[in-house]
Design a protein around this ligand. Structure first.
Ligand code: SAH
Ligand code: DHB
Ligand code: MG
Length: 217
């Protein structure tokens, strides 16, 4: 049977070799993260391409990212922006933000991207009270226990037809015996949320995980 002898890593390599080959800037971004001792928990190249494609498909001009790390997913997303597009990325670790800013500058995206340092929920409160932006796309990829709060806080800041994407929604014990893990409860909340039409797209890196796509009605 096709696929029976292939691992998720091999499937992912097949997809990324065809559709998501990394240029020198993305390769250097990964290298700089390694040198700085950041964990390798960035999205895969294929998931990066998926984020880019989704942002392109809705003509995203205003993007919010929660969880910057070294800026790898940030670069994929920001490359989808038009000339006057903007991306704000929230990160709790000063060191991560510094590595990300260097990588974003090398990618020539400094004018479009702003990395803000602090606990995401606090930064989000400021954004929703003081700035009241209208986002086309929000990518949630920070601490998994915060997902529900992040989703509820950003939902009113999204334009109709805009989307919230959430990484790692099949991992982190999403599938568990009593459906009572934090991720299981988050997925149930999104599934029952009448303001959004949603699905989990399976994605691969070293193992299978999921990317939630929630489109605002
Ligand atoms: N999106 C990145 C990976 C993010 S890893 C990529 O794919 O390239 C998760 C990041 O979220 C880490 O850098 C971590 O420091 C950050 N983080 C964890 N808790 C946070 C919080 N409460 N607020 C903001 N960022 C947080
Ligand atoms: C973890 C976080 C991520 O965003 C990810 O993609 C993989 C793992 C983690 O905290 O373990
Ligand atoms: Mg992730």
């Amino acid at each position: 049977m096709f696929g029976a002898n292939h691992t998720p890593i091999e499937f992912d390599k097949y997809i990324s070799n065809l559709y998501a080959s990394e240029d020198e800037i993305l390769k250097s971004t990964i290298q700089e993260m390694k040198t700085a001792g950041l964990p390798s928990i960035n999205v895969s190249a294929s998931e990066g391409k998926l984020l880019y494609s989704l942002a392109k498909s809705i003509n995203a001009k205003m993007i919010l990212e929660i969880g910057t790390l070294g800026g790898y997913s940030t670069i994929w997303l920001a490359r989808a922006l038009p000339e006057d597009g903007e991306l704000v990325s929230l990160e709790i670790e000063q060191k991560h933000a510094e590595v990300a800013r260097k990588n974003i500058a090398r990618a020539g995206l400094k004018a479009k991207v702003e990395v803000r340092v602090g606990p995401a929920l606090e930064l989000l409160r400021h954004i929703s009270e003081a700035e009241q932006p209208l986002y086309d796309l929000v990518f949630i990829d920070a601490d998994k226990d915060g997902y529900l709060d992040y989703f509820k806080t950003v939902a009113p800041l999204l334009r109709p037809g805009g989307m919230i994407l959430c990484d790692n929604t099949l991992g982190h014990s999403a599938i568990c015996k009593h459906n009572d893990s934090k991720m299981a409860l988050f997925n149930k909340y999104v599934a029952e949320c009448d303001d959004f039409t949603s699905i989990i797209i399976p994605v691969m890196r070293d193992k299978i995980d999921g990317l939630t796509m929630a489109v605002k009605k």
